[in-house]
Design a binder for this molecule. Structure first.
Ligand SMILES: C[S@@+](CC[C@H](N)C(=O)[O-])C[C@H]1O[C@@H](n2cnc3c(N)ncnc32)[C@H](O)[C@@H]1O
Length: 286
C-alpha cells in the first residue's frame, strides 16, 4: 500500500518471543522498519535453539506479507501491538480482510492495542465527539539548543477533530522564531529573537495563542535567558482511539469483539483515567 519504513520507533518484537516461549508452534514477527527487525534478530540470536527455531521475522509492510511468505489460512493468533494508529482509515479497512485471509480455517484470535485519545489534550474533544479517532494536532515547542536537542518546553498544544483521512505518519514543521549568536551573514541573529518566514504560514488564531502563552513568567524567563534557541511548530494528524471506538471500528470490518481494556505506558493493564493505550481482544470465525 505504498508505505515506506518509519524511522525513530523503539520496539523489537519481544512479544513475539514471549509467544514462542509460551509454546506457540511458530511465530512470525512482522515490521516494515528494518531496524526493528534487526533488533529482533539480535535478541533471537541469544535464545535457546528450541525457541529461536520457531521464530521468523518478515521485514515488509503488513500489506505485503502474502507476497513474502505463503501464510494464507496459516495464522491462529495475531498480536497487532501499538500499530493500528499508524494506519489511515482506508488501510484499517484493508487490514481486517487481510487478517481474515491469513486466519486458519478454524478462525483466529486477535489482540490489538493502539494509542489512546484519553490524553488530557484530547479528552474534552473526545467527550463531545466519542467516535472521533483523527486529531489535527498543532504543538508549539521551545528549544534551548545549548541544553538539549529535544524540546525544553511545550508552549501550547492545540487539538481539533480532523474530518479527512490524512496520513498519521506525515507531519509539517514550522520554524517560527530563532535566536542564534553571530552575524546574520553567518546565519546568526546577533543573539536576538528573529521571526522566520515560516511564521506567515501559521494562522492568526494560533499566532495569537502563541503570543498569549509566551507571556507566562516561566516561559518569558526561558525566552530571555537562552542564548541559542528556537520555536518550532509541529502539525500532524494523529490517530488515537478509545476502547469503544476501536472496538466499533474493528466490528465494522467484520471482527467479533470479545473484550476491551486499557494499558499504561509500560504495557500493563491499568485503570488509569487517561491511559496511553487501549486494547481490544477480538475473534474472526471463518
Ligand atoms: C509501536 S511498534 C510495536 C510493535 C513491535 N514489533 C513490538 O515489539 O511490540 C509499531 C510498529 O509498527 C510498524 N509498522 C508501521 N506501519 C507498518 C506496516 N504498514 N506494516 C508493518 N509494520 C508497520 C512500525 O515500524 C513499528 O515498529
Amino acid at each position: 500500500m505504498g508505505r515506506s519504513p518509519q524511522p525513530r520507533l523503539r520496539c523489537s518484537g519481544e512479544n513475539a518471543i514471549l509467544l514462542a516461549f509460551a509454546g506457540a508452534k511458530y511465530v512470525y514477527m512482522n515490521d516494515i522498519e528494518l531496524n526493528e527487525v534487526k533488533k529482533f534478530e539480535a535478541i533471537k540470536a541469544t535464545l535457546p535453539p528450541s525457541v529461536s527455531c520457531r521464530l521468523k521475522s518478515l521485514n515488509c509492510s503488513v500489506f505485503d506479507i502474502l507476497e513474502n511468505e505463503n501464510l494464507e489460512s496459516a495464522i491462529g493468533f495475531f498480536y497487532c501491538r501499538n500499530f493500528v494508529h499508524f494506519l489511515k482509515d482506508e488501510e484499517v479497512a484493508a487490514l481486517c480482510p487481510l487478517l481474515k485471509r491469513l486466519s486458519t480455517p478454524d478462525g483466529s484470535d486477535m489482540i490489538f492495542t493502539t494509542n489512546s485519545s484519553y490524553n488530557p489534550s484530547y479528552v474534552n474533544l473526545v467527550l463531545n465527539n466519542p467516535t472521533a479517532t483523527r486529531f489535527r494536532t498543532t504543538t508549539c515547542f521551545f528549544y534551548d539548543f545549548d541544553k538539549s536537542r529535544k524540546p525544553t518546553a511545550q508552549i501550547f498544544c492545540d487539538v481539533s477533530v480532523c474530518n479527512e483521512d490524512l496520513d498519521p505518519l506525515s507531519f509539517e514543521k514550522l520554524y517560527l522564531l530563532s535566536k542564534l549568536p553571530g552575524e546574520p551573514k553567518d546565519g546568526g541573529t546577533n543573539g536576538k529573537w528573529r521571526v522566520n518566514p515560516d511564521a506567515r504560514k501559521l494562522d492568526s488564531r494560533l499566532m495569537s495563542m502563541f503570543n498569549e502563552k509566551k507571556k507566562n513568567p516561566e516561559l518569558d524567563l526561558l525566552f530571555k535567558s537562552a542564548k541559542k534557541a528556537g520555536i518550532e511548530i509541529l502539525i500532524n494528524t494523529s490517530r488515537c482511539y478509545t476502547r469503544q471506538n476501536l472496538a466499533n471500528l474493528l466490528e465494522t470490518h467484520g471482527l467479533m469483539i470479545d473484550t476491551t481494556f486499557v494499558l499504561s505506558a509500560n504495557g500493563h493493564i491499568t485503570n488509569e483515567m487517561y491511559p496511553p493505550h487501549v486494547g481490544v481482544i477480538a475473534k474472526y470465525l471463518k
